[in-house]
Write a protein that binds this ligand. Structure first.
Ligand code: NAD
Ligand code: MG
Length: 387
């Protein structure tokens, strides 16, 4: 029996994880659940999965949750609040699913890595921010890191079994191209948050949906791949593949390409990581290859994908740039969602921020968090100047 803590259990990946867990009660039990402020959904999840610990970042939401649990006779479920309690949750089970969105997941996920846990990581932003440091900590503690992002999970599955990179020439990350594939970037200035969040193949949280529409998601994934697989940015290609059936590929020196295929359903990589190195039923629809009949591929049109171009720059340059890219993107996406800036303003905010910090060095977590903070302030200043 594996006990699992889920950071961000009320989100899209969190809910899919619980769906897979519910299919295998003989294998998995829930140790801890965490959410930002959705106490009504966390209450439902507590009733169904009876974790030892439930954490809400919001103190008032935690009080409401505790009150409801008492009324239902479930006061044996401990309720804690605040950011520090996320680390308590992250280190309680044998395994942790890191599914918080954004930089907020960094500290608890890194704490789980340092504690030597089995860490299933969907939350790509910490990997982008910390680069090699994250995997170096895992090496030190003996933690097992299993990627959940579908592309990285696909690459993990197509790598040599010992993850040695022996004979690996290149990684090919596939991208659906998002809802605006084929459109000119300059024609997208009037795009609304609703249009940007309507992804053709995947149903996801708001932030990653906007990132998919700007192609920043693929940019973050490019940096994520360099960190996870310790490979140079030049050896990671992006290919547009609108059907999202091939989730990524590994190219070997002998000319072989290994690809992982499946329905666009996050329960597949989640089930893979939960049961690795075994296999279990994920609940996902099986693929009918003859029904799909054809798969299309194209080179990304970099002229019309400014966010991907900025991420390629950050991935190649390293240092402060991936941190600035990630932080300013979070601030810009949140400003776009609240309609403070337009869709096409997002890369302008990011580029201005990156230009301010380029050349700064990062050596440890403290300097990473300093650049993250500085970049958020710079991005906010750029947003204010656009209004
Ligand atoms: P989501 O917005 O649906 O859910 C986010 C979760 O994090 C919620 O449970 C929320 O309560 C919690 N949360 C939000 N802000 C928080 C904060 N400041 N502190 C603590 N908790 C907070 O997001 P999602 O789509 O499930 O994505 C989660 C992560 O997984 C992201 O990093 C995303 O890039 C990555 N990812 C998601 C998908 C997908 O299909 N949704 C695929 C690949 C990778
Ligand atoms: Mg992905």
């Amino acid at each position: 029996m594996q006990s699992i803590s889920i950071l961000g259990s009320t989100g899209s990946v969190g809910k899919s994880t619980l769906d897979v867990i519910a299919r295998h009660p003989e294998r998995y039990q829930v140790a801890a659940l965490t959410a930002h402020s959705n106490h009504a959904l966390l209450l439902e999840q507590c009733q169904k999965y009876t974790p030892k610990l439930a954490v809400m970042v919001s103190e008032s939401a935690a009080e409401k949750l505790q009150h409801s649990l008492q009324e239902l006779g479930l006061s044996h479920i401990q309720v804690n609040s605040g950011v520090d309690a996320l680390t308590q949750a992250a280190t309680l089970g044998d395994s942790v699913m890191s599914a918080i969105v954004g930089a907020a997941g960094l500290v608890p996920t890194l704490d789980a890595v340092k504690a030597g846990k089995r860490v299933m990581i969907a939350n790509k932003e910490p990997l982008v921010m910390t680069g090699g440091l994250f995997m170096a900590e895992a090496k030190k503690s003996g933690a097992t890191v299993l990627p959940i992002d579908s592309e990285h999970n696909a690459i993990f599955q197509c790598m040599p079994f010992d993850q040695s990179k022996q004979g690996v020439r290149k990684l090919h990350l596939t991208a659906s191209g998002g809802p605006f594939l084929g459109r000119k970037w300059n024609d997208l200035s009037g795009i609304t948050p609703e249009q940007a969040c309507a992804h053709p193949n995947w149903s996801m949280g708001q932030k990653i949906s906007v990132d998919s529409a700007t192609m920043m998601n693929k940019g973050l994934e490019l940096i994520e791949a360099t960190a996870l697989f310790d490979i140079a940015a030049e050896s990671v290609d992006v290919i547009v593949h609108p059907q999202s059936i091939i989730h990524s590929m590994v190219e070997y020196t002998d000319g072989s390409f290994l690809a992982q295929l499946g329905s666009p359903d996050m329960r597949i990589p989640i089930a893979h990581a939960l049961s690795w190195p075994e296999r279990i039923n994920s609940g996902a629809k099986t693929l009918d290859i003859t029904e799909i009949a054809r798969l299309d591929f194209q080179k990304p049109d970099m002229q019309n994908m400014p966010c991907l171009a900025l991420a390629r720059w950050a991935a190649t340059e390293g240092g402060a740039l991936p941190i600035a890219l990630n932080a300013s993107n979070e601030v810009a996406v949140s400003a776009f969602l609240s309609q403070a800036i337009g869709f096409t303003d997002i890369p302008l905010v990011i580029e201005r921020t990156m230009n301010e910090v380029v050349g700064q060095d990062t050596t440890d977590l403290v300097s990473i968090l300093n650049i993250d903070n500085e970049s958020r302030a710079l991005a906010q200043a750029a947003i204010d100047s656009l209004r």
